[in-house]
Design a protein around this ligand. Structure first.
Ligand SMILES: [Zn+2]
Ligand SMILES: [Zn+2]
Length: 172
């Protein structure tokens, strides 16, 4: 006989965010997000090109190279990074496809810690809590600080485990 532990709400909604992320056609990064009010699911989104426009699977990723400052052994170093800019970020799509009245007082679950631009937009969207799983160190300090200033609960599900079969999808 198998005993199954009932999933807590954080796990439940993060699982749905990961399910949404599998719709993404960008092979470099798949991000999913959901809007939750109380325990009610009010929207899902993932990163992708605008509808009707070729996406990463059809047109390839649109790569830009950027230099980032990274601390290596206490010393600042310039590291070259590649990023795909073809897609609208999942969090931005969530804002495009939900109503403000649904966002006020609500929680956003997102598979990845939001970048600075998404964090800025979420901070002004009416939501009061952001729950994420995978860290995004590049913008983490300034995003965390801004959430504190804004009074938005910002927390990471550290012990969360990605549903089986989803990680394997992120290889092309
Ligand atoms: Zn892409
Ligand atoms: Zn973003």
């Amino acid at each position: 006989m198998s005993t199954s532990v009932r999933k807590d709400w954080d796990t439940y909604f993060m699982d749905i965010a990961y399910m949404a992320s599998t719709r993404s056609q960008c092979s470099r990064r798949r991000v999913g997000t959901v809007l939750v009010q109380g325990k009610k699911l009010l929207g899902t989104a993932y990163n992708g090109a605008p509808s009707g426009v070729p996406d990463c699977s059809e047109a390839g990723c649109m790569i830009v190279e950027e230099y980032e400052v990274k601390l290596v052994d206490g010393k600042e170093e310039m590291v070259k990074k590649q990023r795909c800019v073809r897609t609208i970020h999942a969090e931005q799509n969530l804002l495009l496809f939900t109503d403000r009245s649904d966002r006020v007082g609500s929680t956003v679950y997102v598979t990845d810690q939001p970048c600075w631009t998404c964090a800025n937009m979420l901070a002004n969207s009416g939501i009061v809590e952001i729950v994420y799983h995978r860290p995004y160190p590049k913008d983490s300090d300034k995003v965390t600080e801004m959430m504190k200033q804004k009074g938005i609960l910002f927390r990471r599900l550290e012990s969360y485990e990605i549903p089986a079969g989803i990680v394997e999808d992120i290889t092309h």
